[in-house]
Design a protein around this ligand. Structure first.
Ligand code: PMP
Length: 952
């Protein structure tokens, strides 16, 4: 047979009948291979997994509808791509013993192909943007390699070729039992094909693979645990086709991975266009081609299930195929195309709307309402109330802004990106006001809206009292309104949503232009992009003052244990141990404002709060720690503690613990040995610093429950070697390493030894103290010791610069030998007001108890998750200081450093701010504000579970 297949002549392509036994026999006879053979799934062919001692193969039995030339063209195409894109892994056709590439099974034709190792991309549930981009790049490389392929058998009429989508759908749609689905499908494919027909003469046709999809792309895992597409299989659909149709096949296959985010295809296109640049008509045709492809898949899957009911592969794909179509039709082609044009640097195509008359006149004084994240109207979390937009803004006449992401539309603890961005404006007027047509057109009702369809654009109004319908002239009365919403939309006949997701907003704004000119007000609320602000930051701020994330959101508000960005997205804040009582606590903001109104000065003046706050701090510590210094940060506190110790002892050697962090000042940096904070930490230690080996029973030199005494012995040996220590300084609970408790008995032994040698013991409580551990207010209480000096900061100021050193009176007095102590802002009236209020809130809101309760819940849930997620090596920590350590292998404990970074990026997209800690940056450090609720804790663990189980 040399003619090529014509689907419309023979549309029922049932898989050929071949048994496993026949497959095994042909492999033995024709290739001399003894094999284990298992059938694989296929829509219209028969394929078998063939495992032999010589290697692994796939036996493919072609559908008899295809000609010799068509079958041979697949082999030619594979060899062609292999030669031109040697970085890709492709199957190779194995010659028969008797020569030739095709082995007969009766009248059927079989070929043996080498097996391409890896896993299919379809197995990866979540596809990260970088994975989509790599997929696109691979698809582009295949198309580019096939450009100059010449072979007989390429000119076929396949049902998968989107050039025939309308006809295929018309032919097969009657098989769709669900009438609603059938209508949706036919409408979608009809509109898509109308657009494609208009562009078709400008669309390139060439040999294409036609099926570079998640099913046919083979991957390996990259270092950060994401899929790295490395190969492509199944050249069964190779033939002439549109380049854009080929790309559409690839794009469509990512839609079901995240159906709520159809613009995930942008990443595929970015990767594709790098290898195979697209023409402008192709960019215009891409979204319609995606819709057409999805429709063909959906209708063909159902048809195949009917003609070949035993084909589990085809039947099981049906729901997924419908999901692809639903995702594609969710977005009007105009919006998707605007996004694609922007991606590829093509100019934005704005519709010229022409001269517009005012919609309303005589508005009088209208207040422009600010509903953004930074709005001064929205405070104390009352913007979370369901009716916040009305009640917070009063009932005054007002106008909302177009393009503004509204804080009032945010959703707490949501993995889905909330639809916050307004695509129109709302007017609240003092009295019913006449509304006039700004341009000529036809008026009709659509649901609760009235739409005026003009020559270029539709005007959508709601809240209009009934008026005329049918044709109107510019300036004609449309009705009157007291509360009116106004939207323009150039996607004709498509009712635009009132709000959209921030990541789709730019494309929607092209299609729904700013209507504020219609009402004579400036109502644009489009925020400055986070990226622009980041550029300004980079230009002015020291680069070494780093920021979280490569593309950080612009966070401009906090509320309790949540953070809000300027897109109105809310994140659960799992890193802010500094904001101990939560963000924007009303008591704190009031106390600070009140104190600023009264006085802020330095501690050489005499005011009551200094005495009261110092006494209150001292009371929090056991005897004999009764004397307080107030400073502005943890670094200062540690620095001062070291100076106290050297002044008191007249010595300079200090012991610290490896992998710790204590600050950035000269002295606090000297005792900081964590290479995660400072990669040069270990090579730049001054001679007076003596790090004790990291007492980490999980992954240190000594492991397991019996490791404690070994670490103690090592530490005591070092204390002995140092001879005349001024002090030992460490965190009493190993915070920086990921919330790892020190081994039992560690500090008692070390403190005893240091004291016996005449040194002092300093507990750095900057991170773990102040109630966070729940079980005790201070970390040192976990070890049953009392230090000589305690350093505190972070939590005590809830983000306000406030730190303290608390020590014995005789140690404090020794500082006089150094001269004098003065810190301009340390212990200022405002700082003292902050410090007192924070302590009041911790006590009165029972936050330490909350740390016990919510911390235990979190820990239990992480321990359960560890039974399902092999990446979790250990769950460390206590109260609301937890560390979830991620490892590639639970035996070798190889740290999953890159995975941890990638997981944190993914968590951000899902609404969680979380960072890595520890020297290997493989511990998720969990230290949220102490007001974390059980509900948010559940959202947090559920979100991490989703990432660990679905991929990142
Ligand atoms: N000590 C410890 C244990 C810390 O974690 C930190 C800060 N990460 C500091 C001291 C330094 O505190 P600050 O950043 O307030 O100077």
């Amino acid at each position: 047979m040399t003619a090529t297949h014509d689907f419309f002549a023979a549309p029922d392509l049932v898989r050929p009948d071949v048994t496993v036994e026949q497959a095994r026999a042909v492999v033995l006879q024709e290739y001399g291979l003894t094999a284990d053979v298992v059938e694989l799934g296929s829509q219209q062919e028969r394929t078998f997994d063939v495992r032999t001692e010589q290697g692994r193969y796939v036996l493919k039995v072609a559908n008899p509808a295809f000609s010799d030339d068509e079958v041979a063209a697949q082999d030619v195409a594979m060899a062609h791509v292999t030669a031109r894109a040697p970085d890709l892994q492709l199957p190779r056709t194995v010659p028969r013993l008797a020569g030739g590439l095709v082995a007969p099974i009766g009248s059927l034709r079989a070929r043996l192909l080498t097996y391409v190792p890896g896993f299919p991309l379809a197995q990866q549930d979540f596809l990260a943007p970088v994975v989509c981009e790599r997929l696109g790049s691979l698809a582009g490389a295949v198309t580019a390699a096939l450009t100059d392929l010449e072979a007989p058998g390429l000119d076929r009429v396949l049902q998968w070729d989107v050039r025939h989508a309308r006809q295929v759908c018309d032919l097969l749609a009657p098989h769709l039992g669900d009438v609603g689905r059938r209508d949706t499908l036919l409408r979608a494919v009809g509109q898509a094909c109308d657009r494609l027909d208009a562009l078709s003469t400008d669309l390139r046709v060439q040999p294409v693979h036609g099926d570079v999809t998640d099913d046919n792309v083979v991957c390996h895992r990259d270092a950060d645990g994401r899929a790295e597409p490395t190969g492509v299989i199944d050249f069964g659909d190779v033939g002439l086709g549109w380049v854009v149709g080929d790309l559409a096949a690839t794009c469509t296959s990512v839609l079901h991975h995240d159906p709520d985010r159809p613009l995930a295809v942008l990443d595929v296109v970015r990767g594709y266009a790098r290898r195979m640049p697209l023409t402008e008509p192709e960019v215009e045709a891409l979204w319609p081609a995606i819709v057409a492809r999805a429709a063909v898949l959906a209708v063909s899957g159902v048809h195949q299930g009917i003609i070949d009911p035993g084909n589990r592969y085809a039947v099981s794909a049906q729901e997924r195929e419908w999901q692809m179509l639903s995702a594609a039709v969710q977005l009007p082609a105009e919006v998707a195309t605007a996004a694609l044009r922007d991606l590829l640097g093509l100019p934005t195509r704005l519709v010229a709307i022409g001269a517009l008359l005012p919609l309303l006149t005589g508005l009088g004084d209208v207040e422009v309402l600010d509903l953004s994240t930074t709005s001064p109207l929205l405070h104390d979390g009352d913007w979370l109330a369901p009716d916040a937009e009305t009640t917070l803004t009063g009932h005054r006449p007002g106008a909302t802004r177009y393009g503004e992401p509204r804080l009032t539309r945010t959703v707490l603890d949501s993995r889905e990106v909330p639809r916050t961005v307004a695509l129109g404006i709302e007017l609240r007027l003092a009295t019913p006001t006449p509304v006039r047509a700004p341009f000529a057109g036809r008026v009709r009702d659509v649901g609760d809206a009235v739409v005026l369809a003009g020559a270029e654009v539709d005007l959508w109004l709601t809240g209009l009292e009934p008026g005329p319908r049918g044709d109107v002239a510019a300036g004609d009365l449309l009705g009157s309104a007291e509360r009116l919403t106004v939207q323009l939309c150039t996607a004709r006949g498509h009712r635009p949503p009132a709000f959209t997701r921030p990541d789709e907003a730019a494309a929607w704004r092209v299609v729904c232009p700013d209507p504020s000119a219609l009402v004579g007000l400036e109502l644009s609320g489009v925020p400055a992009s986070a990226a622009d602000v980041l550029t300004r930051r980079g230009a002015a701020l020291a680069g070494v003052q780093e920021h979280y994330y490569d593309a950080p959101p612009r966070i401009e508000r906090g509320w309790r244990h949540h953070l809000m960005d300027t897109d109105g997205r809310t994140y659960l804040d799992a890193v802010n141990n500094v904001a101990s009582i939560g963000h924007a606590h009303p008591r704190l903001t009031r106390a600070v404002a009140r104190q600023w109104e009264l006085l802020n000065t330095n501690s050489r003046f005499h005011y009551a709060s200094l005495a009261e706050f110092s006494a209150r701090l001292a009371d929090l510590l056991p005897d004999p720690l009764d004397t307080v210094f107030l400073v502005n940060s943890g670094s200062e506190a540690v620095d001062l503690a070291l100076r106290l110790a050297t002044a008191f002892t007249g010595r300079e050697d200090v012991l610290c613990v490896a992998e710790g962090y204590h600050g950035w000042t000269v002295a606090s940096d000297a005792v900081s040995t964590s290479v995660a904070d400072n990669p040069r930490a270990l090579t730049t230690r001054p001679a007076w610093v003596h790090p004790l080996p990291a007492p980490n029973p999980y992954r240190g030199a000594h492991r397991g429950p019996d490791a404690g005494p070994l670490y103690v012995a090592e530490a005591l040996e070092l204390v002995r070697q140092v001879e005349r220590p001024a002090a030992v300084l460490c965190e009493a609970f190993y915070g920086n390493a990921g919330g790892i408790p020190l081994p039992d008995g560690y500090l008692p032994a070390v403190y005893d030894a240091v004291r016996a040698a005449g040194g002092l013991c300093i507990a750095d409580e900057v991170q773990v103290g102040y109630g966070r551990l729940g079980a005790s207010f201070w970390g040192f209480q976990q070890q049953g010791v009392v230090p000589d000096i305690v350093t505190v900061a972070k939590a005590m100021g809830n983000g306000h610069p406030l730190g303290a050193v608390i020590t014995r009176r005789d140690v404090a007095d020794a500082f006089a030998d150094n001269g004098y102590f003065f810190s301009s802002a340390g212990g200022s009236p405002v700082s003292c007001a902050v410090g007192m209020t924070v302590l009041d809130v911790i006590e009165q809101e029972h936050l330490q108890d909350n740390a016990v309760r919510v911390g235990a819940h979190l820990r239990a849930r992480f321990e359960e998750l560890a039974t399902r997620a092999p990446l979790i090596g250990a769950v460390h920590g206590l109260g609301l200081y937890l560390g979830v350590e991620l490892v590639r292998d639970r035996q070798t404990l190889e740290p999953a450093t890159q995975e941890t970074a990638a997981i944190c990026e993914r968590l951000l997209q899902l609404g969680v701010v979380l960072q890595a800690t520890g020297d290997r940056l493989n511990v998720l450090k969990i230290k949220p504000p102490l007001c974390l609720t059980l509900e948010s804790a559940d959202f947090f663990v559920d979100t991490i579970a989703e990432v660990l189980l679905r991929g990142w």
